[in-house]
Design a protein around this ligand. Structure first.
Ligand code: 5GP
Ligand code: MN
Length: 323
């Protein structure tokens, strides 16, 4: 990312003028949503600002992260309590998780993100679709601010980078840049191993669900794709399947190295959650967008109503048309 001094300067000023700042990110938060929220929170506190991170269901595999216990889970804040709001990593307005009855006023909001497309809010928007993660964008902002990146900040920034690149295996474009930043953050004391250990660990119950998921995988050689699905009945007894905890099913499927496109379908209460993964130049964000979703070139998703196999047919048809 070319450091955008003008925009960074405006953000710096907004922070200076604000007293109470709220940090929001997306629903079903991942390592990047939590890592970027807590990194910004840590930075703001060091600037002597009152900062609140709101995430109603932070993924438990990240509970070792510095500041995790400070996350506010209850959605009960009033608008007037804050004079500045950061909206991070959310891609599209609808995916942003807001407190109850909260009005997201554009004049108070700053967006920091790295998704290709989507409707975003705010008087200042920094969106770098070349960045591996939202924490990478924050890394540039901290550099601009000449903030000391210590062990705590380094660990939070690394969490976004490592999880959004699926453990440094799938960064979209600039591997060299990501490697350099990761190296710098590791030297600064960032807990690379701890993050990766947490990210790759899962319990027995989920291992059994993963087994079912892999068992059902099918390959469509004509379309160069691999797909699989999970039904509500597969995770009976649980309140649903928490897709924010490891293993990340769509990423697991796409580690089978024989296809160019991977489709994961997960039956939810009233719709099917579709996760798309790809490689070799195939842009699945384009497909997801056709169904009202979005994401990145090589990792995108959407939600579609209907029967799971009908949904699969629709996606395949769209893929056929495009590739
Ligand atoms: P996943 O398949 O892991 O849920 O998501 C992969 C990527 O696609 C993420 O970067 C996420 O932001 C994006 N994505 C997934 N579902 C949706 C959706 O329903 N709408 C939008 N706009 N993006 C989505
Ligand atoms: Mn992200």
């Amino acid at each position: 990312m070319k450091i955008d001094n003008k925009k960074f300067n405006r953000i710096k000023k907004e922070i200076q003028e604000a007293k109470r700042i709220l940090i929001l990110s997306h629903r079903a938060p991942d390592g990047d949503a939590v890592g970027s929220s807590l990194a910004l929170h840590t930075f703001l506190k060091r600037q002597k600002k009152k900062s609140v991170v709101f995430i109603s269901q932070p993924p438990q595999f990240l509970k070792f992260l510095p500041g995790f216990d400070e996350i506010q889970r209850k959605p009960l804040f009033k608008n007037d309590n804050f004079d500045l709001i950061f909206a991070l990593d959310y891609a599209n307005k609808e995916r942003l998780e807001k407190p109850q009855d909260f009005q997201l006023l554009s004049r108070k909001t700053i967006t920091i993100d790295h998704h290709i497309s989507g409707k975003r809010v705010g008087k200042i928007k920094i969106v770098d679709s070349k960045a591996s993660s939202t924490t990478e964008v924050l890394y540039y902002f901290f550099k601009f601010q000449k903030t000391k990146i210590d062990k705590k900040l380094a660990t939070l920034l690394l969490t976004g980078i490592l999880t959004d690149t699926v453990g440094l295996s799938q960064s979209g474009q600039n591997h060299r840049t990501v490697e350099k930043i990761v190296g710098e953050l590791a030297i600064a004391g960032g807990d690379l191993f701890k993050i990766m250990a947490a990210y790759q660990n899962f319990d027995f119950k989920r291992a059994k669900i993963l087994a079912k998921f892999l068992e059902r995988a099918e390959s469509d050689e004509k379309l160069n794709l691999i797909y699989s699905y999970l039904l509500k009945s597969d995770f009976n007894g649980e309140k649903g399947l928490n897709l924010s905890e490891p293993p990340m099913f769509p990423d697991f499927l796409s580690s089978i190295g024989e296809a160019k496109v991977y489709i994961t379908l997960i039956e939810q209460k009233d719709r099917i959650k579709v996760s798309l993964r790809s490689r070799n130049g195939i842009n699945v964000a384009k497909i997801a967008k056709k169904f009202g979703g979005g994401g990145h070139k090589y990792a995108a998703g959407c939600k579609i109503k209907g029967d799971i196999f009908e949904v699969l047919k629709k996606i395949k048809k769209e893929l056929k048309k495009n590739f």
